[in-house]
Design a protein around this ligand. Structure first.
Ligand SMILES: Cc1cc2nc3c(=O)[nH]c(=O)nc-3n(C[C@H](O)[C@H](O)[C@H](O)COP(=O)(O)OP(=O)(O)OC[C@H]3O[C@@H](n4cnc5c(N)ncnc54)[C@H](O)[C@@H]3O)c2cc1C
Length: 341
């Protein structure tokens, strides 16, 4: 069996690992301490926030089939929030969704977490470990192998292992850095795919917010989305409000002082929702540098058979959770054919 490294534990990595688990010796290495990537959940001081992706749709049969498989501890549920659109100077207007929208339960990261944990035994998972660089092992003739190093800290770099294949599920800009010193034949394509950033403001209130919506899309503002986290199925903390900034506003302000950004978003939220700032008892800000795809690669995945490197993720096909799943699964299925040939 060949040794395959998957970088990441988000949706694309989950799809890849599920496809390859019994076909290769699979290792996943994730830089965060938790699973899920941008399907993220943060708990602080009794508050709970899905501070990355809010929901997903399942339009393809492949994703529907994946979601239908029973996995212990992980569930998905349809979310039917009260929707509205807010715009300064206009009365709020109601919207509707015309297809089912789902969330993972009990939290957004549960889907990847439990699906990957169910593979343990077949796959090895290392959390809290950032891949820094790769070095080709010169064995003379093909096939090639890769020595993989951790990110350098305090002039120290650890060898994380040696692998026949290295598959990145990181956002394209990060994959491009990882593969920079390799002979990966799709480096230009990695550079061409682009992401937009986003700020997530997490507000804990002293009482459940009195809102006449569960999810508001906001127009012409530094804010793009407001969600009452507890309106999602099986969420406990009732006083949590999640605010996403507008992506282009985040791009203009991404390197500004974070305390100032947080205050600006708090002020904008209080003004939009007629919220008393004194009711905010907890506040936290997260900046996603690679939140949403601006320019996709328009490929299922980028695979270089000769160097035995590949990159996949949402940015290949679009910018949604289902795109990440399809990109990961399609790369996995192509690799299975190569591993068997
Ligand atoms: C604020 C926000 C709101 C969103 N809203 C929605 C929504 O409502 N609906 C929707 O469908 N989508 C939404 N998305 C997009 C959705 O989250 C992504 O499409 C999807 O989660 C991407 O999955 P992925 O596996 O491709 O990438 P990721 O989830 O980013 O996974 C990549 C993983 O690789 C890890 N990694 C990167 N570099 C390294 C390294 N060097 N070493 C080790 N590990 C590494 C990362 O830590 C990460 O866990 C949103 C995203 C954000 C940020």
């Amino acid at each position: 069996m060949q040794d395959v490294l998957i970088i990441g534990t988000g949706m694309a990595a989950t799809a890849l690992a599920n496809t390859l688990a019994d076909k290769a010796r699979v290792t996943l290495i994730e830089k965060s301490r938790g699973f899920g990537g941008r399907m993220a959940t943060r708990r602080r001081e009794g508050f709970e926030f899905d501070h990355g992706a809010q929901f997903f749709t399942a339009r393809s049969q492949a994703f529907q089939q994946f979601l239908a498989r029973p996995v212990e501890g992980a569930c998905i549920a349809e979310w039917q929030p009260r929707l509205t659109t807010l715009e300064a100077g206009r009365a709020p207007y109601k919207r509707e969704w015309f297809e089912p929208h789902f969330v993972a339960t009990p939290s957004m990261n549960s889907l990847c977490k439990e699906s990957l944990k169910a593979l343990e035994g077949n796959v090895t998972i290392h959390l809290g470990c950032e891949v820094g660089s790769l070095e080709k092992i010169d064995s003379g003739a093909a096939p090639c192998r890769w020595r993989v190093f951790s990110k350098q800290t305090d002039n120290r770099q650890e060898i994380l292992g040696e692998f026949d294949w290295v598959l990145s599920t990181a956002p394209s800009a990060q994959a491009s850095t990882l593969f920079a010193n390799t002979n990966f034949s799709h480096l230009t394509r990695l550079h061409d795919a682009k992401h937009l950033p986003c700020f997530s403001l997490m507000l804990g209130l002293n009482a459940p917010p009195k809102l006449n919506f569960d999810l508001a899309t906001v127009k012409e503002s530094s804010i793009a989305l407001i969600v009452a986290n507890a309106s999602k199925p099986r969420r406990g903390a009732t006083h949590s409000l999640l605010v996403h900034s507008d992506n282009r506003w985040a791009r203009e302000n991404f390197d500004a002082d974070r305390a100032e950004i947080e205050q600006q978003l708090i002020d904008a939220s209080c003004s939009l929702l007629e919220l008393d700032a004194a009711s905010i008892v907890h506040s936290d800000l997260h900046g996603w540098r690679y939140a949403k795809t601006e320019v996709p690669a328009d490929e299922d995945f980028l695979l270089d058979e000769e160097s035995q490197l590949a990159a996949c993720g949402d940015w290949c096909l679009g910018g949604r959770i289902e795109d990440a799943f399809l990109s990961g699964q399609r790369l996995g299925l192509s690799l299975v054919k190569l591993l068997n040939s």
